[in-house]
Unconditional design. Structure first.
Length: 243
């Protein structure tokens, strides 16, 4: 029988601050998470949202992208696969790396992954899928139209700007849970709450018509090294209506 690892003293003390039977308001939960983010680095603030969907069925898949109003608190390195005019626009719009066959070769031959986000023109997707699908896919870096990372030249500048500001992608996992980062512990509680409610509003908007019953099953917010704080889903849902 597998035994659970023992919690260290710090984690025991932090978990003791959280009432596991209580569902906190959005403001209370974020304030609590910030208070418990005491690591020596700027911890990320993450949400785990369990949805009433069965992702084994294609008509209940929830996947998309959301532009957080206050960003993630982290600079984003963007790689763009493009040629011709689209490549020129990407370079002028602040993409960190722009290319086509040269970048494909660099990734394949050098195992190079010094980037956070990949954007591609539609024209490059067939070659990209063939050459790098098995490499980028498992790392969740493969461009996809549903996440807004497959674009035409006329949309390139806007797309790069949105990703630089803090556009995040999400996809429901097998257990029906979406994990996403909404910022850093150093950000203000107001900024974190605005980011969280923006994401929640987008997820509610993306509710599949095939999803029956309760859609928002549970929500927990935590920092990298801190315990999860359960959120009152009804209160959070009402607040997100004002976003």
């Amino acid at each position: 029988m597998k035994t659970m690892p023992k919690l260290n003293k710090r984690m025991r003390e932090l978990k003791a601050k959280v009432d596991r039977n209580h569902r906190y308001s959005t403001s209370e939960a974020i304030a609590s998470v910030k208070d418990m983010a005491v690591a020596k680095f700027d911890e990320s603030v993450d949400v785990a949202i369990r949805l009433g969907v069965d992702p084994r069925h294609a008509n209940q898949m929830v996947r998309g992208a959301c532009s957080l109003p206050h960003g993630t608190g982290k600079s984003v390195t963007i790689l763009v696969f493009a040629e011709g005019e689209a490549a020129k626009i990407a370079q002028e719009s602040g993409a960190d790396f722009v290319g086509s066959d040269d970048l494909i070769a660099k990734i394949k031959d050098e195992n190079w992954f010094e980037f956070d986000k990949v954007i591609s023109t539609r024209a490059m997707m067939t070659k990209l899928a063939k050459e790098l699908g098995r490499v980028l896919g498992p790392r969740k870096l493969m461009p996809n139209p549903k996440s807004g990372t497959v674009v035409e030249a006329e949309n390139m500048a806007e797309n790069i700007a949105a990703n630089k500001r803090g556009k995040i992608e999400y996809r429901v996992e097998k257990a029906g849970i979406i994990h996403a980062q909404i910022g850093r512990a150093s950000m203000s509680a107001e900024a974190l709450e605005a980011n969280f409610l923006t994401l929640l509003a987008k997820l509610i908007q993306d509710r599949p018509s095939a999803a029956k019953g309760t859609y928002l099953k549970s929500i927990a917010i935590s920092s990298t090294m801190g315990p999860g704080v359960k959120v009152d889903t009804a209160e959070a849902s009402r607040k997100s209506e004002g976003v």
